[in-house]
Structures are given as structure tokens and as C-alpha cells.
Design a protein around this ligand. Structure first.
Ligand SMILES: Nc1ncnc2c1ncn2[C@@H]1O[C@H](COP(=O)(O)OP(=O)(O)OP(=O)(O)O)[C@@H](O)[C@H]1O
Length: 203
């Protein structure tokens, strides 16, 4: 079994839970460290872009973040995956479900011009719902957080994940899977900062 509980995983080296990767790394701690280091570097190079925010945009972020490590970077996964009790979207439903969510986002004008409290709730709910789609074999969290940085900056606010602890993040994502968004709302209330036009400018 691999860490997703799906038996032999074609993304992994045979008989192991280690994802095949372009660096030929064969152990989990080294691969995790490489992922972390590479994505920190690539994230710095990714430029903010305005809407439209849609599945192709998410795929492009994933590709930019992970193409030095995984040959399938930017591609929708081809196997079903789960974490804990959470079963993410079936492969066949990824594109339709993501399409529904991004269509709703566009219809809501990418959350432009909402009062801050409504923005926080809308962003939190959208985050939880998109997490359930989990389009990629790995790297969904980092890619989705980057999309949400762009989404929030686009409507004129700062965003920072710095104070969010891993455990509370996990708890909020699991609760959102059961359509309880309170913990996610509390998190985004802390992550979303001041309107950018109210920040003091450099002296
Ligand atoms: N049991 C769960 N139920 C719902 N969502 C979960 C669960 N476990 C983890 N998650 C979500 O999945 C994300 C991790 O997905 P994945 O491993 O594909 O992304 P990552 O970028 O490698 O990880 P991370 O977000 O930890 O940096 C977490 O950020 C969290 O949002």
C-alpha cells in the first residue's frame, strides 16, 4: 500500500510509496525536502496575474511549481486518491466539478467588491470546496494556496499564511469536507489582512 491507500500506485517506484521524480530520489525525507526547497524557489518566480482564474490557471501554477521534480506537473491526476477518511473527487469528476466551482467564481466576479467579512466567508468556502477536487497527484495544497494568494490580492487585500499551524489547517480542511466551514473561515479571517490601498507606502 502507498500513503494514499490505493495499492500499487503507477506514480510511485514499484513496491514503494515514493513518487517517481526527475531527480531520481528514492526516499521520502529527501523527496519532501527537495519538494519544499524547489517550490520555495519556483514560488518566488511566479508572477501575480489577474483573472480569469480557472482550472487552466491552477494547472499552470502547478506546472510552474513542480515541473523540475515531476514529469506530470500541471496535469490532472489519473488515479483516485484519499487522505484519512477523505476521498477526493473521482478522476472522471475532476474537470466537471472544478468547472462548476470556477464558473461560480466567475459569476461572483472573483469576489470583487465584497465587504471583508463576506470576502472571508466566500474565500474560505471556495477553498474547502476546491480542496475536495484535489486535481493533482501531489502538490494540491501549495498550488491552491498560491491561487488563493492571487485571488485575494486581485480584490485588493494582503494575505499571509505565516501564523497558520499545520494541525489547525488540516482540521479546517477536514471539517470543510463535511461542509462545516467555520474553522476555515476563522483561518482566512487571520490570513486576509489589510486592504492593499490602506497600507502605508514606503517613505
Ligand atoms: N484528510 C484530509 N481531508 C481533507 N483535506 C486534506 C486532508 N489531508 C490533507 N488535506 C488537504 O490536502 C492538502 C495536501 O495535499 P497535497 O499533499 O496534494 O498538497 P501539498 O502541497 O503536497 O501539501 P501541503 O498543503 O501540506 O503543502 C493539505 O494542504 C490540506 O489542504
Amino acid at each position: 500500500m502507498d500513503k494514499y491507500g490505493v495499492g500499487q500506485d503507477p506514480y510511485c517506484y514499484a513496491g514503494t510509496p515514493i513518487l517517481r521524480n526527475l531527480l531520481g530520489i528514492r526516499d521520502d525525507p529527501t523527496l519532501e525536502a527537495a519538494e519544499r526547497d524547489l517550490t520555495v524557489l519556483t514560488a518566488e518566480e511566479i508572477q501575480f496575474a489577474p483573472p480569469p482564474y480557472e482550472l487552466d490557471y491552477l494547472k499552470s501554477l502547478h506546472h510552474q511549481l513542480f515541473s523540475d521534480l515531476y514529469p506530470w506537473a500541471g496535469e490532472i491526476r489519473t488515479i483516485d486518491i484519499a487522505k484519512g477518511e477523505t476521498r477526493f473527487c473521482n478522476v472522471q469528476r475532476i474537470e466537471p466539478e472544478a468547472g462548476k466551482l470556477f464558473t461560480r467564481l466567475k459569476r461572483e466576479n472573483y469576489f470583487t467588491d465584497l465587504p471583508r467579512d463576506q470576502l472571508v466567508s466566500a474565500v474560505a468556502e471556495f477553498y474547502g470546496d476546491l480542496n475536495v477536487v484535489h486535481p493533482f497527484r501531489e502538490g494540491n495544497g501549495r498550488t491552491q494556496r498560491m491561487l488563493f494568494e492571487h485571488l485575494v490580492i486581485n480584490v485588493g487585500y494582503e494575505i499571509s499564511w505565516e501564523e497558520i499551524q499545520r494541525e489547525e489547517w488540516l482540521h479546517a480542511n477536514i471539517a470543510a469536507y463535511y461542509c462545516d466551514y467555520d474553522a476555515m473561515i476563522a483561518i482566512f479571517d487571520r490570513c486576509i489582512g489589510q486592504p492593499l490601498d490602506e497600507l502605508p507606502s514606503d517613505p
